[in-house]
Design a protein around this ligand. Structure first.
Ligand code: LRH
Ligand code: MN
Length: 431
């Protein structure tokens, strides 16, 4: 039994106070769904299988280039980030894995870190390399790119860093490497567009060659920022073409915030799944740019439509199993509350997508009964599956209302005492 951070008696007390109301809501929803020929118990069991990884870099307060307003009890290192991630999983039972970022989370003793994670009942999802910042004492700058730099020394340094991330990930039990580079240009003419991509592919081949047989390399595209005229891996098409060139272990990762406004992201998901190159997701939400807001907070219907395509893909290929990860920046909320709520919103989209009457939908689509087809999707999206999500948490040993249980625990005030802020913690940007 893994170590729990929040006092289980307190969580039990919370659940006891909420149990009868939940049961009433659950029975009412069960009755409504059974009239639709849907078994609520099957959906709850399915909800209990859902898992999304949390980003270690999301456990601390995020910021923008303008400012960062640190919160109380900020995690000061990877071990404290893991403790916060364990709280999120203890109460939601939906986040059993953590995605680490190197060198931000570079452990002095990887074995000890894995031991700590094991004790907390946590595993490690894909690790993330970082060649979008220069580290203190770094020999070659990434100012003009990393994997695509015209400087061979910078490229080789970036490839070596990614290989170090793989070696570290192997010790931690991870099975994937996510490669996002900020490489690009700010002015027309600054770089040879084709040359830059040729250098990316050449460098990526060096990383790919170091992948263990059972690993995946996730290529993450992004339209802009930090480059503001062109990014070398700007869209799914480029990412797909590169993944094709690299080989079967190379897949495309879709960060929901990395597209132009109004992009039909669910169609990108359908395309990548169709061609066997959909490797995983960074879930978040946005209204304008790469805002990294809480998943489902701006456009929950889009999140539902993404999971509707994932449900369709799973129907076509039972082995289909993309990596689900959150990638958010919590600038004005308690990161633990945001990550818990976001995990629940992604789980909600997963369950709502499972509610879609696919046989009826296919019939309406075949018959071009446009309205009924659209309404079939909307019917699932409009169904409030909150009782199913809460019952899944309760049956998996979590909290009926994670945020309420978390606040009642006083955890944030406790760590505010045990974690005196690190000097100079008020810098900007991701912690
Ligand atoms: C880039 C990105 C990438 C991470 C970083 C923290 O915008 O989405 O996935 O490396 O955020
Ligand atoms: Mn991302």
């Amino acid at each position: 039994m893994s170590k729990t951070i929040i006092d289980t008696a307190q969580v039990e007390q919370h659940n006891t106070s909420q149990r009868s109301a939940l049961q009433a809501d659950y029975d009412a929803l069960g009755g409504m769904l059974s009239r639709r020929g849907v078994d609520i118990e099957a959906l709850t069991a399915k909800a209990q299988t859902f898992a999304v990884a949390v980003p270690s870099w999301g456990a601390g307060t995020g910021g923008t280039r303008f400012a960062r307003f640190p919160g109380k009890g900020e995690p000061r290192d990877v071990t404290e980030k893991l403790e916060d991630c364990a709280v999120i999983n203890q109460l939601t039972r939906a986040t059993p894995a953590v995605s680490l970022h190197f060198p931000w989370d570079k452990p002095s003793d990887p074995k000890a870190l894995r031991q700590q994670a094991d004790e907390l009942g946590l595993g490690f999802d894909a690790v993330n390399s970082n060649t979008f910042q220069d580290q203190v004492g770094q020999a070659h700058t990434y100012k003009f790119g990393s994997l695509t730099s015209t400087s061979q020394a910078s490229r080789e340094q970036a490839v070596a860093h990614n290989i170090d991330c793989i070696e570290l990930g192997k010790t931690l039990g991870s099975k994937g490497l996510t490669v996002w580079v900020g490489d690009g240009a700010n002015f027309p003419g600054q770089s040879n567009l084709r040359g830059a991509l040729e250098r990316y592919i050449d460098s990526a081949k060096g990383i790919y060659a170091a992948l263990p047989a059972d690993w995946h390399m996730y290529i993450e595209h992004k339209l802009f920022e930090p480059a503001f005229y062109c990014s070398v891996i700007a869209d799914w098409g480029t990412s797909f073409a590169v993944a094709q060139q690299l080989g079967d272990k190379a897949k495309c990762l879709v960060d929901l915030g990395h597209h132009a406004p109004n992009t039909n992201i669910e169609m990108i998901v359908a395309r990548l799944a169709q061609f066997g190159k959909l490797g995983g997701f960074h879930f978040n939400d946005s209204k304008y740019g790469d805002d990294d807001l809480d998943s489902g907070s701006i456009d929950p219907f889009q999140l539902f439509l993404v999971f509707n395509e994932l449900a369709d893909a799973t129907l076509r290929d039972g082995a289909f199993n993309p990596a689900y990860m959150l990638d958010q920046s919590h600038n004005v909320t308690d990161p633990i509350e945001s990550l818990m709520s976001s995990a629940v919103e992604v789980q909600r989209a997963f369950v709502q997508a499972a509610l879609v009457d696919r046989a009826a939908l296919a019939g309406f689509q075949e018959a071009n009964d446009v309205l009924q087809a659209a309404q079939t999707l909307k019917k699932a999206f409009r169904t409030d599956v909150s009782p199913i999500l809460a019952m899944a948490r309760l049956r998996s040993g979590g909290a009926i209302d994670p945020v309420a249980a978390y606040r009642a625990s006083g955890y944030r005030n406790q760590v505010a005492v045990t974690r005196p802020p690190k000097a100079g913690a008020s810098g900007s940007g991701i912690v």
